[in-house]
Each structure stands twice: as structure tokens, then as C-alpha cells.
Design a protein around this ligand. Structure first.
Ligand code: FAD
Length: 415
């Protein structure tokens, strides 16, 4: 049993997760001179996912330079440290208590820390094979893109030579780049949706690489006794297919890293799997905020970094003025099967300014047509959308907030 260290430490802001969003947020809080800011990071080094993405493109938007992930993570880490952020690595937050008290576990033992505000920035993870209901045998050689990157870039391990890639999101192309680093040659990409999920020009990339793409496949099954030997599936024409491969990369279908919220006191949105927030990033307990990919899987680093900075300003404002949440909130929700989630899910009606300017929509399928946000009989926003799932899809939020709706705002398609 780890030893319980008895301390009574209080900080101004504790940031849980030292990835892209957490480091940017903590750095901005230091620039705003809010007081003591601590980043709690479970890994031995801060920087988050980019630490093991040994490929481009990172940093273009924020540093006007094309960088590889590890260089980008280093730059973020160094910037935070130079501003005086206290980065505590090897420290896992194990429990969130009401009012901003945290349970921590580190090599020295377990302890608690209390903060005037806590910001959750724990990121996302890819869905596992089990979460995607992929049937078949249970041989070695099945990894997520994130696990593959840790093996290849951090440990120099080549787990297979000719894997098959399941999924066709942007991250699936990151898997191809990772494979190239150690001379691994993926044999095919297979996708259950009826089209390539990443933007179309990446389909040309597959053509150039002579890598077959099968979309609209069903019933994928992994075959192999000890090692992966093949993948079976039904192709879009209904034909049974078998592709020989010595590994499977199960890529994408991100889920928020929200284990900490399980059995906790914060309200979780079943649509995103992350915390319910208002337009300031404030959770159901006003001592807690959240930012980055935890809010809605999954965005680029540039987006998460900017969100971290903006959330820092909102937290600083909240510390200075006190929480406004007791002045009323309404929900934003959707009953449209084409929409999986909306973020934020609540509106703080205090009239405070400086919140998010857009409502982020998560899609279950393609959306083409008129979308509206209504409160009762009143239409607060209406506009046309033509977009695909796993694309950044946002509608203006400021007008909806200014309307100060007296009842739930419902977002969905209009005939
Ligand atoms: C395979 C892959 C390739 C990518 N390629 C690109 C790319 O080329 N360009 C680009 O712009 N973006 C890319 N991205 C996206 C980018 O990495 C993310 O958008 C960004 O890192 C998200 O930042 P974040 O802070 O929300 O989460 P993360 O960077 O994931 O950071 C979360 C941090 O929280 C820590 N943590 C989690 N739980 C706890 C806990 N309980 N206690 C303490 N610490 C905890 C984690 O260890 C981690 O360090 C890629 C993502 C993946 C997965």
C-alpha cells in the first residue's frame, strides 16, 4: 500500500493533465498573475500526446513553424517552466472531491491537494478493440495508434511488419507515418463507414502509396493463434474478404480520458463522454473547469492550445469576480439523431461576457440542410450546414447566449 503523506497544501489553480491544453492554460494563468499554478501530470514528462507523435505537422498556427510532435511538446513545456508553472510529473490525480480538493498518487505515496479552481485537461484515448466490438481471435499484434507511437518513437520497437489499419480518420494517417519511421508497410486500410473519414485529398495519398482502401466494410474479424495472421471482413459488395497481415492498428474513434469522473460528483455528458460545461468551460461543480480534447473528441493541438489560453482567461476572471453560476443556467441539448453532442451543454445566464463564441456540434452522420437552435417557439439561430462526421462543425453561440432563453435550447435539423 502506498504511504499516505500528510500535507495541507492549497494552490490557486491546479491543472490536471500537462498536455497541450494544460500547459498552455497554466502558462497563460502565470502571465495573468493569478497566484500559484500547479500542473499535475501522471507521465514522467509533461507534453501530452505530441510527445510521442514523431511526425509533422505541429506548431504552424502558434509558433509559425512546422514542427514534429516531440519538439512541439518540448517547446510548450519549456515555455510553461520559464513562466514559473510548477509542473509535477509522475503525479496521478485519482479522485475529484467537491469544492476543488484532489486525491493524488505519486511514487512517494498518496496525498491531497486543494485548489481554488481545478481545470481538467486529461485529453482523449482511442477506442479499444473491445469498445469497437471487433470479433475474432485474441492474438498478439493488435495496438492503437497511440500505443504504436509510444513503441516506435519512444522505445524503437517494431511490433509488426505488415499490419492492416482499421479506421480512416486523420489519426489513421498518423499511423501510416509512424509505420514509415521503422520501415513498416501497412497492407490496407479498412473503414466501417461508407466513405473515407479524413478529408478526401488523403485518399490520393493512399493511391500514391498503393495502399488499398476498403470502405463500408462489415463484420471485421481478427484471425491468428499467437500472432495476427489475417483480417476477415465483408466488403461493400457483400463479398467475404481475407487480407493477410501480421498486425492490426485499431485507430481513431476517440473517447475522452474521463476515468476520473467515473463515480465522481461532476455531471458527465453521455454524448461526448466528457464533463458537462457552460460557455466558460465551467463544470457542474463551479470549482472545476475543463478544456482541451476532454471536452469533445478530438481536435488538433493548435485548437486545444488556443482553447487552453481562452479558458485560462475565463478562470482568471472567475477567481477575480467570483462565480456567476448561481444566477441561473439553461441546458443546450439535441433530439436530432444526426447529432451526437453539443458543447457547451449549458448556458450561464448571468450576462457575463468572454465565453465561447461557438457551439460545437458532434455528428453521427453527414448533415446537409437547415439547422436551427430554438427555445420553445422562438428560433434563436438558423443556418445551413453541409458537413460530415469527425469534422469541426460549429454554429454561432453568442446570439443564443444574448437572447437569454428562459427554457432549454434545442438544436436540430429543420425541414
Ligand atoms: C496519434 C495522434 C496523432 C496526432 N497528430 C497530430 C498532428 O499531427 N497535429 C496536431 O496538431 N495534432 C495531432 N494530434 C492531436 C493532438 O495531439 C491533441 O489535439 C492534443 O495533444 C490535445 O491536447 P490535450 O491537452 O487536450 O490532451 P493531451 O495532449 O492528450 O494531454 C492530456 C494529458 O493528461 C494527462 N493525464 C490524463 N489523466 C491524468 C490524471 N488522472 N492525472 C494526471 N495526468 C493525467 C496525460 O498523461 C496527458 O499528458 C494527434 C493525436 C493523436 C492521438
Amino acid at each position: 500500500m502506498p504511504e499516505q503523506i500528510a500535507t495541507k497544501e492549497n494552490v490557486t489553480v491546479a491543472v490536471v493533465g500537462g498536455g497541450t491544453a494544460g500547459l498552455a492554460l497554466a502558462s497563460e494563468l502565470m502571465r495573468l498573475k493569478v497566484g500559484k499554478v500547479v500542473v499535475l501530470e501522471r507521465e514522467a514528462e509533461a507534453g501530452g500526446v505530441p510527445r510521442h507523435c514523431g511526425h509533422y505537422p505541429f506548431g504552424l498556427r502558434e509558433y509559425a513553424r512546422l514542427m514534429k510532435g516531440p519538439d512541439y511538446a518540448k517547446r510548450n513545456r519549456e515555455a510553461a517552466a520559464a513562466l514559473g508553472v510548477d509542473i509535477r510529473t509522475g503525479t496521478t490525480v485519482t479522485k475529484l472531491h467537491p469544492g476543488g480538493e484532489l486525491g493524488l498518487s505519486a511514487s512517494a505515496g498518496t496525498t491531497t491537494l486543494s485548489a481554488d479552481r481545478v481545470v481538467l485537461c486529461t485529453g482523449v484515448r482511442e477506442s479499444s478493440r473491445a469498445e469497437r466490438f471487433i470479433g475474432g481471435d485474441r492474438p498478439d499484434g493488435i495496438v492503437s495508434t497511440g500505443a504504436l507511437q509510444s513503441m516506435v518513437y519512444l522505445e524503437g520497437i517494431r511490433p509488426f511488419r505488415q499490419p492492416i489499419i482499421l479506421g480512416s480518420e486523420l489519426v489513421s494517417f498518423s499511423a501510416i507515418q509512424t509505420c514509415q519511421h521503422l520501415g513498416i508497410r501497412p497492407v490496407a486500410m479498412i473503414e466501417e463507414m461508407d466513405r473515407l473519414i479524413a478529408r478526401r485529398p488523403l485518399g490520393l495519398y493512399l493511391l500514391v502509396k498503393s495502399m488499398p482502401l476498403y470502405t463500408g466494410i462489415t463484420n471485421p474479424r481478427i484471425i491468428g493463434r499467437e500472432r495476427v495472421e489475417a483480417m476477415n471482413f465483408i466488403d461493400r459488395t457483400g463479398q467475404a474478404k481475407r487480407i493477410a497481415a501480421d498486425g492490426v492498428i485499431v485507430s481513431g474513434r476517440f473517447r475522452p480520458e474521463s476515468a476520473l469522473m467515473r463515480d465522481g460528483h461532476l455531471e458527465v455528458d453521455p454524448g461526448t463522454g466528457g464533463p458537462v460545461i457552460d460557455q466558460f468551460g465551467r463544470c457542474s461543480d463551479p470549482a472545476y473547469f475543463a478544456a482541451g480534447n476532454l471536452l469533445r473528441p478530438a481536435e488538433t493541438s493548435g485548437f486545444c492550445r488556443q482553447e487552453g489560453i481562452e479558458t485560462a482567461r475565463r478562470v482568471a476572471h472567475d477567481l477575480e469576480r467570483g462565480s456567476t453560476v448561481d444566477q441561473g443556467v439553461v441546458r443546450i441539448r439535441t433530439a436530432d439523431p444526426a447529432l451526437r453532442f453539443v458543447v457547451p451543454q449549458r448556458i450561464d445566464l448571468s450576462g457575463a461576457t468572454g465565453g465561447m463564441t461557438h457551439l460545437y456540434l458532434g455528428l453521427n452522420g453527414p448533415v446537409r440542410g437547415t439547422m436551427a437552435a430554438t427555445a420553445g417557439a422562438e428560433t434563436l439561430w438558423k443556418g445551413r450546414l453541409n458537413t460530415q462526421p469527425v469534422r469541426r462543425t460549429r454554429i454561432p453561440l453568442d446570439g443564443i447566449v444574448r437572447a437569454a432563453p428562459a427554457q432549454d435550447v434545442v438544436v436540430g435539423r429543420r425541414a
